[in-house]
Design a protein around this ligand. Structure first.
Ligand SMILES: Cc1ncc(COP(=O)(O)O)c(C=O)c1O
Length: 399
């Protein structure tokens, strides 16, 4: 059984027993259910996330309460959490945006004071560390995503972990209750994994991205986000879906050793090396690099760059076949309207909102080599006047 082998690999790597789900958002739902989240509860989360994070909170009848982010880390601003805590607050979600852990000691201190759970959202942060401890092992529970653009990819996938025995027992029960992905879903995932491996390159990136998103939104293929998840936060049928053999088979590959090192660790090393090249490029062009606090190891799943006019920047990048990411296009990515359906009040979180209007991400994945970095260097140099930098400016003037 590939699933058992994959679980064993994760357990060896993280040091905690993993519980597997169809997607990261399902793993989050399972954790929220396991800690007893119910109607009327409030969950604190950063105002710079993906809409599939507030979704499971709302599916359980609870309310997402957004806190603005820190201008340098793109993670929740730990100094703004306390003012949002009420007697209904039950948990704080601490995200690892772009591969950088939130400042967990400060969050845990608040959680202790108010008797709250802390859940690490490690969708971007598998393999990174906080004060020497692996992301996902520091708080009460955590989830990882193994979707396409994540630290390692099984196409789609979600992993929940916890140090707490009672939560673990409940996660196990929920994992047992999951419905099996259909043969059709597995086959589609297998096909998409093949297409990605064999066909998608930086040259075909924009076409592949647009096609994939279009087909997902129309609910034609098993996508990262189906159209109905972006319309309103209503729990879709069969949401509590399990992990498949196809996903496990792919996942195992990342825990094979190459010259004594796990493949996943080599990938993380590669990402950090490419990020170092970008840091040099930016400093060469006169910009400060992304902030890297002492407390965490940044694994640079994505390299953040703020630009004055994002539409124009995307247009220029696509014309020159430069691969750019778009996390996050909105404080609850990729939502652009009807924010109130997710209890989000636009205008309340100026830093997250500025970031989500101006950010693009430079790629660091395995297919990016030094020649491609040179191409990006030339592109950035040519369009230097379009760049704001890697941190949200203190003075939030729209440029
Ligand atoms: C910060 C963050 N958390 C959670 C998720 C959910 O992961 P998944 O797509 O596996 O459900 C994402 C998604 O893409 C994300 O960006």
């Amino acid at each position: 059984m590939k699933i058992e082998k994959f679980k064993e690999s994760i357990k060896n790597y993280i040091g905690l027993e993993p519980f597997l789900f169809w997607k990261g958002r399902v793993a989050l739902y399972a954790i929220l259910k396991a800690i007893g989240i119910k109607e009327g509860d409030e969950i604190i989360l950063p105002a710079f996330t993906c809409v599939v994070v507030p979704n499971p909170i709302i599916y359980l009848g609870a309310k997402p309460v957004y806190v603005d982010i820190d201008s340098k880390t793109f993670n929740i601003d730990v100094n703004k959490i306390e003012e949002k805590i009420t007697d209904k607050t039950k948990a704080i979600l601490a995200q690892n945006t772009f591969g950088l852990s939130s400042d967990l000691d400060k969050i845990k201190e608040l959680a202790k004071k108010y008797n709250l759970w802390v859940i690490e959202d490690c969708a971007h942060g598998f393999g990174g560390t906080y004060k020497g401890q692996k992301n996902g092992t520091v708080a009460d529970a955590a989830f990882y995503s193994t979707q396409w653009n994540k630290p390692f990819s099984t196409g789609l996938g979600g992993i929940a972990v916890t140090k707490n025995k009672e939560i673990a027992q409940k996660l196990k029960e929920l994992e047992e209750k999951t419905i099996k992905p259909s043969k059709k879903e597995e086959l589609m995932l297998k096909t998409l994994l093949n297409i990605r491996e064999k066909i998608v390159s930086s040259n075909t990136y924009w076409f592949a991205l647009k096609t994939y998103r279009f087909l997902s939104e129309k609910n034609i293929i098993v996508g990262s986000s189906q159209g109905y998840e972006l319309e309103k936060p209503t729990m879709p049928p069969n949401f509590l879906k399990g992990f498949s053999e196809t996903q496990a088979k792919k996942g195992i590959e990342y825990f094979e050793k190459i010259n004594g090192e796990y493949k996943i660790d080599l990938i993380i090393k590669h990402r950090k090396k490419i990020a170092n090249c970008y840091k040099e490029i930016l400093s060469d062009l006169g910009f400060e690099p992304p902030y890297e606090p002492d407390y965490a190891e940044h694994t640079f799943l994505k390299f953040p760059l703020l630009v004055k006019n994002r539409e124009k920047f995307f247009y220029l990048a696509e014309k020159e076949k430069i691969e750019l990411g778009d996390w996050f296009l909105s404080p609850i990515h990729p939502i652009q309207r009807n924010f109130e359906l997710w209890s989000y009040k636009y205008g309340k979180n100026p830093i997250g909102e500025f970031a989500s209007r101006h950010i693009v991400n430079l790629p660091t994945h395995e297919k990016i080599d030094e020649n491609y970095v040179d191409k990006i260097y030339n592109f950035l140099k040519k369009n230097k006047d379009e760049i704001i930098g890697c941190r949200v400016p203190d003075n939030l003037k729209e440029g």
